[in-house]
Design a protein around this ligand. Structure first.
Ligand SMILES: Nc1nc2c(ncn2[C@@H]2O[C@H](COP(=O)(O)OP(=O)(O)OP(=O)(O)O)[C@@H](O)[C@H]2O)c(=O)[nH]1
Ligand SMILES: [Mg+2]
Length: 220
Protein backbone atom coordinates (compact mmCIF):
# COMPACT_ATOMS: atom_id res chain seq x y z
CA UNK A 1 0.00 0.00 0.00
CA UNK A 2 1.40 3.36 -0.84
CA UNK A 3 0.22 6.45 0.91
CA UNK A 4 1.70 9.89 0.90
CA UNK A 5 1.52 12.06 3.96
CA UNK A 6 2.21 15.71 3.60
CA UNK A 7 3.63 17.25 6.73
CA UNK A 8 2.49 20.80 7.18
CA UNK A 9 5.24 22.96 8.47
CA UNK A 10 5.08 26.69 9.07
CA UNK A 11 2.68 26.70 6.20
CA UNK A 12 0.63 29.40 4.61
CA UNK A 13 -3.03 28.59 4.29
CA UNK A 14 -5.00 31.30 2.53
CA UNK A 15 -8.35 31.91 4.20
CA UNK A 16 -10.21 32.00 0.93
CA UNK A 17 -12.69 34.85 1.05
CA UNK A 18 -10.83 37.12 3.44
CA UNK A 19 -7.48 37.20 1.65
CA UNK A 20 -5.89 36.29 4.99
CA UNK A 21 -2.91 34.08 5.67
CA UNK A 22 -2.98 31.48 8.40
CA UNK A 23 0.41 30.38 9.70
CA UNK A 24 1.39 27.50 11.95
CA UNK A 25 4.36 28.06 14.27
CA UNK A 26 5.71 25.36 16.55
CA UNK A 27 7.65 26.66 19.57
CA UNK A 28 9.43 24.61 22.23
CA UNK A 29 9.46 25.33 25.96
CA UNK A 30 12.50 23.62 27.50
CA UNK A 31 14.56 23.64 30.69
CA UNK A 32 15.05 21.64 33.91
CA UNK A 33 12.18 20.00 35.80
CA UNK A 34 10.12 22.23 38.04
CA UNK A 35 11.27 25.56 36.55
CA UNK A 36 7.73 26.46 35.48
CA UNK A 37 7.44 25.44 31.80
CA UNK A 38 3.93 24.03 32.17
CA UNK A 39 2.93 27.02 34.29
CA UNK A 40 4.19 29.39 31.57
CA UNK A 41 2.30 27.57 28.82
CA UNK A 42 -0.85 27.51 30.94
CA UNK A 43 -0.54 31.19 31.81
CA UNK A 44 -0.05 32.11 28.16
CA UNK A 45 -2.77 29.93 26.66
CA UNK A 46 -5.39 29.87 29.44
CA UNK A 47 -4.52 32.85 31.63
CA UNK A 48 -4.41 30.57 34.69
CA UNK A 49 -1.88 29.52 37.34
CA UNK A 50 -1.85 26.67 39.84
CA UNK A 51 0.68 26.17 42.63
CA UNK A 52 0.35 22.37 42.43
CA UNK A 53 3.29 20.66 40.78
CA UNK A 54 2.31 17.93 38.36
CA UNK A 55 5.34 16.60 36.54
CA UNK A 56 5.07 16.56 32.74
CA UNK A 57 5.58 13.11 31.24
CA UNK A 58 7.20 13.15 27.80
CA UNK A 59 5.66 16.26 26.28
CA UNK A 60 2.44 18.14 26.08
CA UNK A 61 1.25 20.88 23.81
CA UNK A 62 -1.22 23.73 23.75
CA UNK A 63 -2.37 26.00 20.95
CA UNK A 64 -3.15 29.68 20.92
CA UNK A 65 -4.39 31.57 17.89
CA UNK A 66 -3.12 35.10 17.41
CA UNK A 67 -4.71 37.71 15.14
CA UNK A 68 -1.30 39.06 14.32
CA UNK A 69 -2.39 41.72 11.82
CA UNK A 70 -5.42 42.21 9.55
CA UNK A 71 -3.87 39.83 7.00
CA UNK A 72 -2.27 37.24 9.25
CA UNK A 73 -3.54 34.68 11.71
CA UNK A 74 -0.97 32.62 13.62
CA UNK A 75 -1.70 29.25 15.17
CA UNK A 76 0.95 28.99 17.82
CA UNK A 77 1.73 25.48 19.03
CA UNK A 78 3.61 25.54 22.32
CA UNK A 79 5.37 22.25 23.03
CA UNK A 80 5.93 21.82 26.74
CA UNK A 81 8.82 19.36 27.01
CA UNK A 82 9.33 17.35 30.22
CA UNK A 83 12.40 18.58 32.08
CA UNK A 84 13.14 15.42 33.98
CA UNK A 85 16.24 13.64 32.71
CA UNK A 86 14.49 10.33 32.41
CA UNK A 87 12.54 11.72 29.43
CA UNK A 88 15.60 13.24 27.74
CA UNK A 89 16.01 10.47 25.17
CA UNK A 90 12.78 11.56 23.45
CA UNK A 91 13.59 15.19 22.82
CA UNK A 92 14.78 14.73 19.22
CA UNK A 93 11.29 13.61 18.21
CA UNK A 94 9.60 16.51 19.97
CA UNK A 95 12.00 19.12 18.59
CA UNK A 96 11.21 18.27 14.98
CA UNK A 97 9.88 21.19 12.90
CA UNK A 98 10.16 23.70 15.76
CA UNK A 99 10.82 27.27 14.66
CA UNK A 100 11.83 28.79 18.00
CA UNK A 101 12.36 27.94 21.67
CA UNK A 102 11.96 29.44 25.12
CA UNK A 103 14.63 28.11 27.51
CA UNK A 104 13.48 28.45 31.10
CA UNK A 105 15.32 28.38 34.43
CA UNK A 106 14.18 29.02 37.99
CA UNK A 107 15.81 32.18 39.28
CA UNK A 108 15.71 30.79 42.85
CA UNK A 109 17.59 27.57 41.95
CA UNK A 110 21.06 28.28 40.57
CA UNK A 111 21.46 24.65 39.42
CA UNK A 112 18.71 25.25 36.86
CA UNK A 113 20.69 28.17 35.41
CA UNK A 114 23.78 25.98 35.24
CA UNK A 115 21.76 23.48 33.18
CA UNK A 116 20.77 26.05 30.58
CA UNK A 117 23.95 25.47 28.58
CA UNK A 118 23.27 21.72 28.42
CA UNK A 119 19.74 22.35 27.12
CA UNK A 120 20.99 24.81 24.55
CA UNK A 121 23.71 22.49 23.23
CA UNK A 122 21.23 19.62 23.03
CA UNK A 123 18.73 21.82 21.18
CA UNK A 124 21.24 23.12 18.66
CA UNK A 125 22.65 19.65 18.07
CA UNK A 126 19.23 18.32 17.26
CA UNK A 127 17.55 21.07 15.29
CA UNK A 128 18.45 23.75 12.77
CA UNK A 129 16.39 25.76 10.32
CA UNK A 130 16.33 24.52 6.70
CA UNK A 131 19.19 26.93 5.82
CA UNK A 132 21.35 25.42 8.59
CA UNK A 133 21.05 28.34 11.00
CA UNK A 134 20.04 28.00 14.65
CA UNK A 135 16.43 28.54 15.66
CA UNK A 136 15.83 31.70 17.71
CA UNK A 137 15.95 31.20 21.47
CA UNK A 138 14.74 33.39 24.32
CA UNK A 139 15.97 32.78 27.88
CA UNK A 140 13.44 33.08 30.72
CA UNK A 141 14.46 33.64 34.35
CA UNK A 142 11.20 32.46 35.89
CA UNK A 143 9.65 32.77 39.39
CA UNK A 144 10.77 36.35 39.91
CA UNK A 145 7.86 36.74 42.35
CA UNK A 146 9.58 34.68 45.05
CA UNK A 147 12.45 35.59 47.34
CA UNK A 148 15.69 34.61 45.70
CA UNK A 149 19.38 35.15 46.05
CA UNK A 150 19.56 36.56 42.58
CA UNK A 151 21.82 35.36 39.84
CA UNK A 152 23.38 38.71 38.83
CA UNK A 153 21.86 40.18 35.66
CA UNK A 154 25.37 40.68 34.25
CA UNK A 155 25.97 36.95 34.44
CA UNK A 156 22.79 36.27 32.46
CA UNK A 157 23.61 38.97 29.91
CA UNK A 158 27.12 37.56 29.49
CA UNK A 159 25.77 34.06 29.03
CA UNK A 160 23.32 35.24 26.35
CA UNK A 161 26.04 37.12 24.52
CA UNK A 162 28.49 34.22 24.59
CA UNK A 163 25.85 31.78 23.40
CA UNK A 164 24.07 33.89 20.76
CA UNK A 165 20.78 34.06 22.62
CA UNK A 166 18.88 37.01 21.22
CA UNK A 167 17.07 38.15 24.33
CA UNK A 168 16.14 37.25 27.92
CA UNK A 169 13.30 38.15 30.26
CA UNK A 170 12.68 37.99 34.00
CA UNK A 171 9.29 36.27 34.23
CA UNK A 172 6.64 35.03 36.60
CA UNK A 173 3.98 32.61 35.46
CA UNK A 174 2.30 33.15 38.81
CA UNK A 175 1.98 36.92 38.54
CA UNK A 176 1.93 37.09 34.75
CA UNK A 177 5.15 39.04 34.33
CA UNK A 178 6.68 39.22 30.82
CA UNK A 179 5.15 35.97 29.55
CA UNK A 180 3.31 37.59 26.61
CA UNK A 181 6.33 39.78 25.86
CA UNK A 182 8.72 36.82 25.67
CA UNK A 183 6.51 34.80 23.32
CA UNK A 184 5.87 37.89 21.23
CA UNK A 185 9.62 38.36 20.88
CA UNK A 186 9.90 34.86 19.40
CA UNK A 187 6.95 35.34 17.03
CA UNK A 188 8.44 38.61 15.76
CA UNK A 189 11.77 36.91 15.25
CA UNK A 190 10.26 34.07 13.24
CA UNK A 191 8.23 36.48 11.11
CA UNK A 192 11.32 38.62 10.48
CA UNK A 193 13.28 35.56 9.33
CA UNK A 194 10.41 34.54 7.01
CA UNK A 195 10.33 37.98 5.43
CA UNK A 196 14.11 37.98 4.97
CA UNK A 197 13.91 34.51 3.39
CA UNK A 198 11.19 35.65 1.02
CA UNK A 199 13.23 38.68 -0.04
CA UNK A 200 16.31 36.49 -0.54
CA UNK A 201 14.30 33.97 -2.58
CA UNK A 202 12.86 36.70 -4.78
CA UNK A 203 16.36 38.06 -5.39
CA UNK A 204 17.57 34.54 -6.20
CA UNK A 205 14.71 34.14 -8.64
CA UNK A 206 15.46 37.41 -10.37
CA UNK A 207 19.19 36.69 -10.63
CA UNK A 208 18.80 33.07 -11.65
CA UNK A 209 18.90 31.72 -15.20
CA UNK A 210 15.78 32.11 -17.29
CA UNK A 211 14.35 28.78 -18.35
CA UNK A 212 12.29 28.62 -21.46
CA UNK A 213 9.17 26.61 -21.02
CA UNK A 214 9.15 23.59 -23.29
CA UNK A 215 6.25 21.61 -24.45
CA UNK A 216 7.14 18.43 -22.58
CA UNK A 217 5.18 15.71 -20.94
CA UNK A 218 6.16 13.34 -18.19
CA UNK A 219 5.77 9.61 -18.19
CA UNK A 220 5.77 7.85 -14.85
N1 LIG B 1 6.07 31.23 42.74
C1 LIG B 1 6.05 30.73 41.51
N2 LIG B 1 5.90 29.41 41.31
C2 LIG B 1 5.89 28.95 40.05
C3 LIG B 1 6.04 29.79 38.92
N3 LIG B 1 6.00 29.03 37.80
C4 LIG B 1 5.81 27.77 38.24
N4 LIG B 1 5.73 27.70 39.57
C5 LIG B 1 5.53 26.50 40.40
O1 LIG B 1 6.65 25.64 40.24
C6 LIG B 1 6.24 24.28 40.24
C7 LIG B 1 6.71 23.60 38.96
O2 LIG B 1 6.06 24.19 37.86
P1 LIG B 1 5.82 23.43 36.48
O3 LIG B 1 5.28 24.41 35.53
O4 LIG B 1 5.01 22.22 36.71
O5 LIG B 1 7.31 23.01 36.14
P2 LIG B 1 7.84 22.29 34.79
O6 LIG B 1 9.01 23.07 34.34
O7 LIG B 1 6.74 22.11 33.84
O8 LIG B 1 8.35 20.89 35.36
P3 LIG B 1 8.45 19.47 34.56
O9 LIG B 1 7.12 19.21 33.94
O10 LIG B 1 8.78 18.45 35.61
O11 LIG B 1 9.56 19.59 33.57
C8 LIG B 1 4.71 24.29 40.40
O12 LIG B 1 4.41 24.08 41.76
C9 LIG B 1 4.32 25.69 39.96
O13 LIG B 1 3.16 26.14 40.59
C10 LIG B 1 6.22 31.19 39.15
O14 LIG B 1 6.38 32.01 38.26
N5 LIG B 1 6.23 31.59 40.47
MG1 LIG C 1 5.79 20.48 33.14
Amino acid sequence: MSSQRTIRRDSDVPLSNLGQKELLFKFLIIGDYGVGKTAIVRRYTEGKFSSNYKITIGADFAIKTLDWDPHTKINLQLWDIAGHERFGYMTRVYYKYALAAALVFDISRIATFQSVKKWLVDLREKITLPDGSNIPVVLLANKCDIEHSAIPNEQIVKFCKENSIGSWYITSAKENVNIDEAIRYLVENVIKTRVEDQIRDSIKLRDGPVFQEKNTCCKI
